[in-house]
Design a protein around this ligand. Structure first.
Ligand SMILES: [Zn+2]
Length: 196
């Protein structure tokens, strides 16, 4: 294993981007662009922000992936052997891209993906780095969709869920901090606060 030192200058404006430890996802506090560290260096990714809902405040900003995906559910068979109709639809998902326990990650992803989206410009404030790879984020989307199918009250025996990425971007997400917890300022969902 070899150690690589990467120059974390924003690919768009050249300002130094902040990251720590295992971070692979970065926002530029100067121009608001986001980038992901790939094998061949920093690659720019489209970026937006979600604003706090009225009455909530942004104490700290953290990254999330936003995916538009095409979902296909096929071969859905109930316990009594009947097959239910296939369906296909476009969906939008927000998946927090920083270190969270799987329970918290799933809960916050579900809540964010149900919120009516009002995208805004990325704030020119420090935004923490992230670690969640695209493939892992897409796998979590599949996991959430399979969970949705299992929850339908018809004794599911088996199902195929196919998720095809249509587009991806990075989103700055506001959180309130306190009592060792992070509260999402968009959804109100509270998750564990891991010290960075
Ligand atoms: Zn920049």
């Amino acid at each position: 294993m070899s150690l690589r030192l990467i120059n974390l200058d924003c690919p768009s404006c050249g300002s130094a981007m902040r990251g720590e430890g295992l971070d692979t996802i970065f926002f530029c506090g100067h121009c608001g662009d986001a980038a992901v560290l790939e094998d061949d260096g920093l690659q720019t990714v489209d970026s937006t922000a979600l604003m706090p809902t009225p009455g909530r405040h942004a104490g700290v900003w953290k990254p999330a992936w936003r995916f538009e995906v095409q979902v296909r559910v096929t071969q859905r068979v109930r316990a009594d052997g009947r097959t239910t109709p296939d369906w296909e639809a476009g969906r939008t998902f927000f998946i927090p891209a920083f270190d969270l326990p799987l329970d918290d990650l799933t809960r916050l992803s579900r809540a964010l993906s149900e919120v009516a989206e009002s995208a805004a410009e990325v704030p020119r404030e420090p935004i923490r780095g992230g670690t969640l790879a695209v493939d892992d984020a897409l796998e979590l989307i599949r996991h959430i969709l399979i969970g949705d199918e299992v929850r339908r009250l018809d004794m599911l025996a088996s199902v195929m869920v196919d998720v095809e990425e249509v587009s991806r971007s990075l989103v700055a997400l506001p959180f309130e901090t306190g009592n060792g917890q992070l509260r999402c300022a968009v959804t109100g969902v509270t998750v564990q606060h891991r010290a960075a």
